[in-house]
Design a protein around this ligand. Structure first.
Ligand SMILES: Cc1cc2nc3c(=O)[nH]c(=O)nc-3n(C[C@H](O)[C@H](O)[C@H](O)COP(=O)(O)OP(=O)(O)OC[C@H]3O[C@@H](n4cnc5c(N)ncnc54)[C@H](O)[C@@H]3O)c2cc1C
Length: 392
């Protein structure tokens, strides 16, 4: 259970009036689920560096996996604002929970839905939507993070199958995944997507241990040693980096919304604490220094909410550009990590404890500010959009 009343979750500019009844219902149902399922166990999972048991199936049950995927393939056929609101509610619980839903929805289901064959959609999407199957997304490599175009993982056409070799690193859910959407170069050096299934000979998924961030999420490698991939597992609908980049656009959009949830959790906790905690005979919330912090948090959260709602409207109309999404991801993650760090101070010593969420969110957001394009890289994308000059 959250430490603050849920009625204190801010809507300072009356943005709710711009949402549909369906949006609000979806948000409420995910909020309730986060309260009952995530909040009671998230601190222990993060402290113990273990994933939340059964998380993906539970996310499937509440409709948080592939919400915008068509109903015929197991999704809910919802709009992009619904997807954003779901991400926001999940990340109020923890970035690891939102990451699980983001990867499954935007990085695994999205490419199969956009670029997959009819057979691939029927085979994988319903099981991914229900959470019976866990997917991962392999783009980053040990030597190529911000520059995925230089990737070394490759596959060769062997006539009746492809032979895949290489390695991916920093892969969310790799130790748990049943399938991986893997981006690799063909013999012409062009990037294509392959669906690799657990159990294929030569495919291993070693776990990455000792993270100080996203501790309730499993991270690992995807290693391919002469893996024979059936030809029907190639995603037929895309060639080139635009394949993985379009997935990242969808995921970055979800992150822009998600991190507002983490910021809200920190803000609401800080407001509540500042009213209860007394020093020098008065609540600390009565002092101007603390009020300044709270006022700035609310201002930044409100700006981020407005940015996301307009971005969602553009996305619904298929008009959101990758550069707009980069700007939103960059701005909102920085907003959230700043609020997590500053709000922790409002709690003094208590702010470092697991009973309160600030340290966990702040540590998680160190990953979120790096993955799906670093803070620097998104700035360069905006710079390129302004000047037309590539500064990478
Ligand atoms: C917890 C976690 C989960 C992840 N999950 C996934 C996943 O599921 N799938 C996946 O494929 N990847 C995943 N990633 C990888 C993530 O996307 C990369 O870490 C990220 O893209 C950055 O790559 P890198 O770590 O190699 O850093 P690098 O690219 O080596 O960057 C290091 C620093 O150099 C800066 N830099 C790089 N290029 C430039 C430039 N041209 N100009 C100025 N500065 C530059 C960067 O901004 C950064 O500060 C995950 C990462 C983490 C931490």
């Amino acid at each position: 259970m959250s430490y603050y009343p849920l009625t204190s979750i801010p809507d300072y500019f009356g943005i709710d009036a711009l949402l549909t009844e369906e949006h609000k219902l979806i948000r409420q149902s995910i909020r309730d689920w986060v309260e009952s399922f995530v909040m009671p166990q998230i601190d222990q999972a993060a402290q113990n560096h273990t994933d939340i048991p059964n998380l993906m199936r539970e996310l499937g049950k509440v409709g948080a996996l592939g919400p915008y995927i068509p109903v015929e393939y197991g999704g809910s056929g919802l709009d992009q604002i619904s997807y954003g609101l779901i991400m926001q509610e999940l990340e109020r619980g923890d970035s690891a929970v939102r990451s699980a839903a983001s990867v499954q929805s935007s990085l695994v289901m999205f490419p199969i839905n956009e670029f997959g064959s009819e057979e691939q959609k029927k085979k994988y999407l319903p099981q991914l939507a229900s959470g019976e199957m866990i997917g991962s997304f392999g783009l980053t490599e040990p030597n190529h993070g911000s520059d995925p175009g230089s990737m070394e993982t490759y596959f060769k056409d062997m006539g009746d199958h492809y032979l895949l070799n290489g390695a991916k690193m920093w892969i969310t859910n790799s130790p748990l995944c049943d399938i991986a959407v893997v981006w690799a170069k063909n013999e012409d050096g062009k990037v294509q997507g392959l669906i690799v299934e657990r159990g294929m000979e030569g495919f291993t998924t070693p776990e990455t241990h000792n993270k100080w961030s996203l501790r309730a999420s499993k991270t690992g490698e995807l290693v391919f040693n002469d893996v024979k991939v059936p030809k029907e597992n190639l995603l037929p609908g895309v060639t080139g980096l635009k394949g993985p980049l379009s997935c990242l656009n969808s995921a970055r959009y979800g992150i822009s919304w998600g991190v507002i949830g983490a910021a809200i959790d920190c803000y609401c906790t800080a407001v509540q604490y500042s009213k209860e905690r007394k020093q020098f005979g008065k609540p600390i919330g009565s002092y101007q220094l603390q009020q300044k912090k709270l006022a700035e948090f609310l201002t930044e959260i409100t700006k981020a909410q407005l940015l996301c709602l307009q971005l969602g409207t553009l996305k619904n109309d298929h008009k959101a550009t990758p550069a707009q999404i980069s700007m939103a991801k960059r701005n909102n993650v920085k907003m959230a990590i700043d609020i997590a760090r500053e709000s922790r101070q409002i709690l003094g010593g208590m702010g470092i404890m697991g009973e309160f969420p600030m340290m966990r969110h702040a540590a998680n957001l160190e990953s979120v500010i790096t993955y799906e394009g670093t803070h620097d890289v998104h700035l360069l994308i905006t710079g390129l959009d302004i000047t037309g000059i590539n500064a990478f």
